[in-house]
Design a protein around this ligand. Structure first.
Ligand SMILES: [Zn+2]
Length: 267
């Protein structure tokens, strides 16, 4: 055989589909067009007879003596292995769908807690209420009650989810601003509960889906003084940190206070 013939044969061998005889001969089935061992659930990378045979003979050498080829006992063992694989996969699918729903439910609760400015611990309280109400309205729906019970909502989880939502909003706003044609700012100076001055920066823009959006871009600590120059510096710093393209800024709205409109700026 020439080298070319050998290469051609190798290529054909690799491109071949699953051979149905591998099920009876080596306890393999096809999954995602790849051979999967029914005994140990190992998936091979290629539909290659020699690899399938090698895997079976190396890892499951007693299979053929326990279940002789062409025997009824082998046939029923293969049927049993196939149904075990199916139910395992069904369980994995249900489990991943359930855990996706749990995560989403947890995000929804955390989002509502953050919007209402409630403490993180209220998530547990909301969940308890939800469980009690469902137990009254749907007493027979044990599955729904079990799902509610499984929603993760400890203080730590709620705090982590809110941080993830916040980070996501930040990235979305930054990307939207980059692709928007123009945006405007609204600035408001305020104080926190300890009387420390703060600057709230709101941004308004048209996003890529052509909707007008308004978001709080940042809440900046003004330290001690609130002169025009302090506000200007704080604003510059916040916009630079958020990668906001300054050249797209078309208007700035304030309450008209002297420090806000720059009357007191003295460099
Ligand atoms: Zn195996």
């Amino acid at each position: 055989m020439t080298t070319n013939d050998s290469k051609k044969r190798k290529c054909e061998d690799e491109n071949r589909g699953f051979n149905l005889e591998w099920e009876e001969n080596y306890a393999f089935t096809s999954q995602g067009n790849k051979p999967l061992c029914l005994i140990c659930h190992t998936k091979l990378r290629q539909n290659k007879g020699s690899n399938v045979k090698r895997h079976h003979e190396t890892n499951h050498e007693n299979f053929s003596s326990n279940y002789p080829p062409k025997s009824d006992i082998r046939k029923s063992k293969l049927t049993e292995l196939k149904s075990a694989l199916k139910s395992q996969q069904r369980f994995i699918k249900i489990f991943s769908m359930e855990s996706d729903a749990m995560t989403e439910a947890c995000f929804v609760m955390s989002w509502n807690i953050a919007r209402a400015k409630h403490p993180y611990s209220d998530c547990e309280f909301v969940k308890k209420n939800l469980a009690d109400v469902v137990a009254v309205l749907e007493p027979k729906n044990k599955n729904l009650q079990r799902l509610i019970e499984k929603i993760p909502c400890s203080r730590r989880t709620t705090q982590r989810r809110i941080s993830q939502i916040s980070a996501d909003i930040k990235v979305t706003v930054q990307n939207d601003l980059k692709s928007s044609v123009a945006f405007s700012l609204a600035l408001d100076e305020s104080t926190d509960i300890q009387d420390n001055p703060q600057l709230a920066i709101f941004v308004r823009y048209i996003s890529s889906d052509m909707t007008v959006k308004e978001e709080l871009l940042n809440l900046v600590d003004l330290r001690e003084t609130t002169r025009g120059i302090d506000i200007k510096n704080a604003l510059n710093e916040a916009l630079a940190r958020a990668n906001v393209p300054f050249n797209k800024l078309v208007s700035v709205a304030t309450d008209g206070a002297p420090a806000m409109v720059g009357i007191n700026i003295k460099d």
